[in-house]
Design a binder for this molecule. Structure first.
Ligand code: IPE
Ligand code: IPE
Ligand code: MG
Length: 245
């Protein structure tokens, strides 16, 4: 595998987002339970996060559980939440060892008290870490996030703290869970589907997209290298015109 690092002459994404999809189908192909797929998916996530930190990705956002995933059978939701709790209760030393600053995207009220406490501890105890910012999206949906931001801003207007004219794109960004972070510039989705599924809509407004057929548990670290090379070769115009035209 070609090991990339930030000194490679490639344009690295500042903020990489990954939609880790396909755990269930992977397990089905192996005649196993969906739970087995989720367990394997967590292991894959751990190695991918570590790798991204090593090669110099500044911000990594991963989609672990969406606001829509509550629709799944209660046993599956319960298993995923159990897995999340198990992961978080062991992950702190790993986050610190890798120098990751951890940040959770999503509303906390639907999560168990135990998970909420583990999240608060992970965010608090990694606050001074200077390596990769790792955003873990759990109970996350972009529409939910933007709705919350609108309410927060409306409250400030109502209280007379700001005027309507002060509402701009920066203020909206500041009221999202990714406050202070660069916009997402590359999104990778595994698992064949070509859609966003309510992930980081505002933050990915001008992102590049890579859709892979690979099911998440089969993801290979070298796909990150391939994705960065592909990203680096894309001509990003942001509505302007190409410099060489
Ligand atoms: C992604 O894998 C993990 C979560 C959404 C929690 P899926 O569970 O969606 O797997 P598929 O898409 O059914 O194969
Ligand atoms: C997106 O996958 C959410 C996560 C990976 C956590 P889904 O499996 O929930 O997405 P859809 O249902 O195919 O859009
Ligand atoms: Mg899926």
């Amino acid at each position: 595998m070609m090991k990339l690092n930030s000194s490679s002459k490639l344009n690295f994404p500042k903020h990489l987002a990954i939609i880790m999809d396909g755990n269930g189908r992977w397990a089905k192909k192996k005649h196993s339970t969906r739970s087995f797929g989720h367990r394997f998916g967590v292991e894959k996530f751990k190695s991918v996060a570590k790798y991204c930190g090593k090669i110099g990705i500044g911000h990594l956002s991963v989609f672990a559980f969406s606001t829509e995933n509550w629709k799944r059978p209660p046993e599956e939701v319960k298993f995923i939440m159990g897995l999340f709790e198990e992961y978080l209760s062991k992950a702190l030393s790993e986050f610190q060892g890798e120098n990751f600053r951890v940040n959770f995207l999503g509303g906390k009220t639907l999560l168990s008290e135990k998970i909420r406490n583990l999240i608060a501890r992970a965010e608090r105890e990694t606050k001074s870490c200077t390596g990769m910012v790792l955003n873990i999206a759990a109970n996350y949906g972009s529409k939910d996030e933007i709705t919350r931001a609108v309410k927060e801003i409306a409250k400030k207007v109502e209280a007379g703290q700001i005027s309507i004219d002060q509402i701009d794109e920066t203020l909206i960004s500041q009221n999202l869970y990714t406050d202070g972070q660069p916009d997402v510039d590359l999104v990778i989705r595994t698992g064949e589907e070509k859609r966003i599924s309510n992930f980081l809509l505002w933050q990915s407004a001008y992102a590049e997209y890579i859709f892979l057929d690979t099911l998440w548990p089969d993801f290979k670290l070298e796909f990150i290298d391939d994705a960065i090379r592909e990203f680096s070769s894309r001509k990003r115009r942001f509505g302007g015109i190409a410099i060489d035209s």
